[in-house]
Design a protein around this ligand. Sequence first.
Ligand SMILES: [Zn+2]
Ligand SMILES: [Zn+2]
Length: 146
Amino acid sequence: MDQDKHTGLRTGGCQCGQIRYALTAPVVDLYVCHCRQCRRQSASAFGISVILPADGVRLLQGIPASWSRPTSTGDTLECAFCPTCGSRLWHRSARDGTFSVKGGSLDEPVDLTTASHIWTAEKLPGVILPERAACFDGEPPAPSLK
Ligand SMILES: [Zn+2]
Ligand SMILES: [Zn+2]
């Protein structure tokens, strides 16, 4: 199910299917983040951050668990995940309520062609950055909610 059959909105969820959500606003920004925090969080090579405004995510099913952590820019992130399978779903800014949906949780594959690559100073050796991608050594001008 790539779209909610009632609303036509883009949908996503955790690995076990207990938590389901829909995007209720257009995507603001798309980042591939190579920072240490995103590598830890995803237990993989990088994080995918799909940025949405404060009203941009609607919970359809299940109740996510969460924990909070400070960011390098002085914000606090509420990090939501499935209490059963542990999939991270989104990070929410305490400062302005914006969301960073974790890209791999969306049903429809995220097109990374136009993504900005950020925190490239911390990327894993052997990860190749796309030739024409916008790249930033650290935090980009707009917040990434990493
Ligand atoms: Zn789950
Ligand atoms: Zn990051």
